[in-house]
Ligand binder design. Sequence first.
Ligand code: G4P
Length: 531
Amino acid sequence: MASDLASEIKKRRTFAIISHPDAGKTTLTEKFLLYGGQINLAGSVKGKATARHAVSDWMEIEKERGISVTSSVLQFEYNGCCINILDTPGHQDFSEDTYRTLMAADSAVMVIDGGKGVEAQTRKLFKVCGRRGIPIFTFINKMDREARDTFDLVDEIEKELGIATCPVNWPIGSGKEFKGVYDRASKSVLLFSDTQKGTKEGKEEIIPVDDRERLAEKIGEEALDQLLGEVELLDGASVEFDQDEVDHGRLSPVFFGSALTNFGVEVFLENFLKMTSSPLPRVSDQGVIDPVERPFSAFVFKIQANMNKAHRDRVAFMRICSGKFDAGMDVWHVQGGKSVRLSQPQQMMADDRHMVNEAYAGDIIGIFDPGIYSIGDTLCMPEDKFRFSGIPTFAPEHFARVRQVDTMKRKQFVKGVMQIAQEGAIQIFQELSGGMEEIIVGVVGVLQFEVLQYRLKNEYSVEIRLEQLAYEHIRWIKNKDVDLDRITGTSDMKKIQDLKGNPLLLFVNSWSIGMTLDRNEGLILEEFNEE
Ligand code: G4P
């Protein structure tokens, strides 16, 4: 039994795919599913148009806007591994959930558009991954289109993101001249053919680099010479692959390919599954919790409200950190201080929810939430009663002053914003001397303002007036017993507090943050709040 448990856990790979919008995250995910045998033709299930319709049943607002506000988990088997892909919301629905989802992953795949390089959203998501020190794998996509110089791309990742890179393969040309990739370990070339579009059956031709004659015939003398020159340069300059460095998120293996034409995807998936880790131990207030040695434990990383409007229910998504989950089991809800039965456990596959009877460390399950869970809560066996370190609060980037139109509805207004904040969709701040009649709401993605307005109206019958503010940065003041009056900043700086009374500063631009730090010696400002 125990060894069954261990092998079930060891075969799990739980990761998130991060990218800037349009780099190819959806396409790559589709291709992964294709290899997992989940769909016959990529694009038929999670093509954006269909996905948006299907998932949009979960919330009315999505139907109106035609975008997905939720994220789901995709589970499938490939090569003996049980893969959980955590779908991180992007585009307009980019929100704090996107960051929090990364807390549930054991590694991240970073998709970069070869024509664009590192972009804004990649940078933000990377920062969150980097902070946890989880392994990060880079897939440089769209090589069938004109791409930037390969050395420049790799260099940019190193400089901008501050991580060493180790190219596992190397592209031969790009765009119309894209000929394939050179695999550094086997010293052979995988030839590009876009006959594979959409299917996985396309033929793959591999030629050892020593077979110069055949290679030259296939890719041309010029491309071959250039490849050999680049490989020599690369071998001389790049860091050697080191699994330990990868495990600690200090070295990112880099792959090149074209998700659209299915080129390089399987090579990537195979290598990635070997290099990434099975469920990692998690830190608790009683030390490190080993995924195999300890019985069931999990933490809540996301709360999704009103998936089914008729029932007004909430689903708490939890990442299982250790042991095995059996449907209907009684566990200890640490923050609530009582025993709970985990009822109606569900797993998600694209738009389809189904019940699960058992799940293991590494898996994500959604549990019916009667309103008792908060983000970061721990569930474990009654005899354990430990707490996982909490999920930090991430700095919102958009702010609005919010007040209710009808002051008679104060109670509903407060209840509504408090509940929505508890789900983690928004953060609430106040003026230093302010009450709850006028609050400052901070969100990571602007869509959340609309979600807030919509939900307050529909669920709490409260109309609000929302005035967007020019601030873009918020920082928690980490100095203990700070005297707020003595902090001097730029004229656009604003002092506020959160509901627990923690002091914060709002800034219009990052330059003001620098100025404020310069003017106030010893001031410690943070972008994440752990309390
Ligand atoms: P995202 O989830 O990261 O936002 O990106 P997504 O996969 O939706 O891809 C964005 C666009 O880039 C899509 O085109 C997609 O077909 C294209 N794309 C993805 N991978 C590759 C690739 O390897 N090569 C090329 N040439 N294009 C790629 P679209 O026209 O914007 O969307 P759609 O109408 O095709 O869905």
